[in-house]
Structures are given as C-alpha cells and as structure tokens.
Design a protein around this ligand. Structure first.
Ligand code: FES
Length: 222
C-alpha cells in the first residue's frame, strides 16, 4: 500500500492546534517523564482528529512529530496502525462495524447487509452526501452484546437487520437513539433479567428507563 492509498489526496495547507487544545497538550505531555514525550503521540493524534472534523491531515502529523521530537514516519505509523484514527475524511456518522468472530456468530453479516441495502456503501466507503461512512473493524471490546456498531464515539449493541434499519433511519434524521443495547438490556445483563444482585440490577434498569424516557420526550419537543 502506498502513502497515497493511506492518506487523503486533498490536504489542507496548514494545521495548528486551537488554544484550548494547546492547553490540553501541555497537560498531556507533562504526564510523561523527561525523554518519554513520544508516549503522548496517541492522545495528541486524538486531539487533532477531534479538532479536524474527525480526520487527521498530514500537516497535523508533521506538527505532532515536531512537538514530540519524533520522525514524521513514526507518527504516521501509529496513526495508520489503529483504526480509531482516520487519515481521510469520514461521514458525519462514522459507522465502525465489528466483524470479528463473536459479532459474526451473532449476525454482523445481517448488519452489513442492512447498511448496504439502506446506504449502498461497503467498508471504506462514504455516502455521496457525506452523511455516513462505514469501516469494518476488529473487536470493539463489547462482545457480550454482539453484534456492535460504533457510531462516532457511541456504541449500539445487540443489533440485527431490523434494528440497524431503525438506527440508520434515526441517524438520517439527526435524531440518534439512546446508546447501548437496542434490546434495552441493562449493561450485559441476561435478556431474561438479573440472575444475581437483583436489587442493584433493578435500580440500574429503572435509571436507564427514566433516562430513555427523558431523551424520547426531549426529541419529541425538538
Ligand atoms: S467481537 Fe465484536 S465486539 Fe468483540
């Protein structure tokens, strides 16, 4: 794979961190001992991505390398290794679909099929209106509620074809549904209800239902 496959063709001429992020950078770098500042590379890449519409331009890679005393290629190696960093523009709703074994066994192929049917995109593609992009990724660390889609920073869990369709319809209207299990499971509790620590589980479920009702009422008013 060449560098041109890896990064966006259309690159901004400049990049600088906002004043707010500069303050954060000072605090982040101070966490590491003298001579180990390169360890701050991941949080700095994350700041750059959040500041720059969810993708990292080459000018930001260069700036981070300079700031941390690293070779540019080393920063690029980190940014291109982890799927959490985007080196090309992504959609407003960046869907990261887990296709690793537990999610696959629980139906991630149906989720992929629904996204293809609804949006006409496959992994690595973006809709023509820039609203959605899709990337198939490895385990997102929430296998107990498989299959999972991460939408920007949020997880939607226990998906199937129909619930993925509902999720996409809601996102299309810029009305993201409550995050977590679409089956309203509390955490990764059994579908049949709590089997231990029942009082604590009931309290947590009540809280979640109240929050969901509040969000629904808020969306109804807007
Ligand atoms: S396998 Fe999909 S979250 Fe772990």
């Amino acid at each position: 794979m060449s560098i041109h496959d890896l990064v966006a063709d259309d690159q901004p001429e400049n990049f600088s961190f906002s004043a707010e992020n500069e303050d954060k950078i000072v605090k982040i770098i101070a966490k590491y001992p003298e001579g180990r500042q390169a360890s701050a590379v991941m949080p700095l890449l994350d700041l750059a991505q959040r500041q720059h519409d969810n993708w990292i331009p080459m000018k930001a890679i260069e700036l981070i390398a300079e700031r941390l005393g690293m070779a540019k290629i080393r920063v690029l190696e980190v940014a291109s290794f982890y799927t959490m960093y985007n080196l090309k523009p992504v959609g407003k709703y960046f869907l990261q679909l887990c296709g690793t074994t537990p999610c696959m066994l629980r139906g991630s192929d149906d989720v992929t099929r629904c996204i293809k049917d609804k949006l006409g995109i496959s992994s690595g593609e973006m809709t023509s209106d820039g609203k959605f992009s899709l990337l198939e990724v490895e385990c997102l660390g929430a296998c107990v509620n498989a299959p999972i889609i991460q939408v920007n920073d949020d997880f939607y869990e226990d998906l199937d074809y129909d619930s993925t369709e509902t999720l996409i319809d809601a996102l299309s209207k810029d009305a993201p549904p409550p995050i977590g299990s679409v089956k309203m499971r509390s955490g990764s509790q059994a579908e049949t209800g709590p089997t231990s620590l029942e009082k604590m589980a009931a309290k947590s479920q009540k809280k979640k239902s109240e929050k969901t009702a509040g969000t629904a009422a808020e969306q109804g008013r807007s």
